[in-house]
Design a protein around this ligand. Structure first.
Ligand SMILES: [Zn+2]
Length: 386
């Protein structure tokens, strides 16, 4: 496999294109970030806010997981921009203890209204298997739910402005920093739904479970509005990181000191990244699958971000990647139990989704390359699903 000559990302990374000079497109985007006129972008943000403030039931919707990006966005909009947001969360069913505690603290300290939606886990499980089987990615219900639910709430309650946090140019090349990213049907189809819309999912479930008489409304929370509905309702769903420079490490310092937000350990990554993807019990499995398909895991992803921001040397990153990436996480046991799959069946499914030129190691090698670390709240996870 070829690797970027600046960061530690290999050529199998989604949307990442390598230039003739051997540098990946994400590294080039980040260079552009410093050339952007952030003063003008900030003025644009104020204009957008001015158009929406005090005109509706709430000034805006903040789609919220409780992770670092949505927590910072919420803090910034309430404290710096004096907005009155409606906070909306789609609960994917795997939220961890620390994230729930963080959420309680954040909502209380900022004094905001909150809507939580948690879909039926029996249906979620079936969707997880279907998307794992067809795309080698079990998170369809989450990708689609966290995207569709807030925008549908915006339409139903007539609150047209929505704020996401991190722009995708930070870590992928669906969009560059020159472009102002907005959530719309094109983006949803290009980078969210894995090429499966809600109606497709219903048909797939009917086919796999012919005896179950699914109500057609089970897919309601996963239906993304049409572009016509988005235009008609003047929906504007934007990314705060397109208007203010996004600096995750600085932002984490702010939410820790202002809101008492706490980090957490995550399977398969070094301890000092305790702020990344701490929301989900299944993050370790997700990152492991990424490794099995593309030959790199979350430690590669995180150290690459640090290299781009000139906080880490390449050699240091390579050392961490060797230690952490590709170890079988403890949570895989629970994952297999939830989906009623054997380990061999799991590897067989993933094998059909491997991205060339990476070759998945043989199953016995994989089975023996185990992480010995048990997450501190693993007991909670077992209790929840047993
Ligand atoms: Zn790179």
């Amino acid at each position: 496999m070829k690797y970027c000559n600046k960061c530690v990302t290999p050529e199998t990374a989604e949307t990442n294109i390598f230039g003739k000079d051997g540098t990946c497109s994400v590294c080039k985007q980040i260079d552009v970030k410093s050339e952007i006129n952030w003063k003008n972008r900030s003025k644009d943000l104020d204009k957008i806010i001015q158009i929406h403030k005090d005109k509706y039931e709430y000034d805006c919707i903040v789609p919220f997981s409780g992770g670092k990006d949505s927590t910072f966005a919420l803090w910034y909009l309430v404290k710096e921009k004096k907005l009155r947001p409606l906070v909306v969360r789609f609960d994917h069913n795997f939220l961890r203890r620390t994230i729930n505690e963080n959420t309680e603290k954040t909502l209380g300290k900022l004094g905001v209204d909150f809507i939580n939606f948690k879909p039926d886990f029996e249906i979620v499980k079936k969707m997880m298997f279907e998307s794992l089987f067809r795309r080698g990615d079990f998170c369809w219900h989450c990708h689609v739910g966290i995207t569709a639910f807030p925008i549908n709430t915006a339409i139903k309650r007539n609150i047209p402005l929505l704020f996401y946090g991190e722009p995708s140019a930070e870590y992928s090349s669906f969009y560059t920093y020159d472009e102002i990213e907005e959530l719309n049907v094109e983006k949803f189809n290009r980078s969210v739904n894995l090429g499966i819309n809600a109606e497709d999912m219903l048909e797939m479930l009917k086919e796999r479970y012919p005896k179950e008489n699914f109500n057609k409304n089970i897919i309601e929370p996963y239906i993304f509005p049409t572009q016509r509905e988005i235009f008609k309702n003047n929906i504007k769903a934007i990314y705060l990181g397109n208007y203010i420079p996004w600096d995750v490490r600085e932002q984490v310092k702010i939410i820790k000191s202002e809101l008492g937000w706490k980090g957490d350990e995550v399977e398969g990554i070094p301890k000092n990244y305790d702020y990344e993807k701490i929301e989900c019990m299944m993050q370790g499995v997700r990152d492991y699958i990424k490794y099995l398909k593309r030959g790199f895991g979350r430690t590669s992803h995180l150290t690459s971000i640090d290299i781009r921001n000139k906080r880490m040397k390449r050699e240091e990153a390579e050392e961490l990647v060797n230690i952490y990436d590709g170890k079988k996480p403890k949570s895989l046991d629970l994952f297999l139990e939830i989906l009623n799959l054997s380990e061999d069946e799991f590897y067989k499914i993933i094998k059909t989704h491997v991205v060339s030129p990476f070759k998945m190691p043989d199953i016995n090698t994989l089975k023996s390359n185990i992480s010995n670390k048990i997450p501190h709240d693993y007991e909670d996870w077992l209790k929840k699903f047993k």
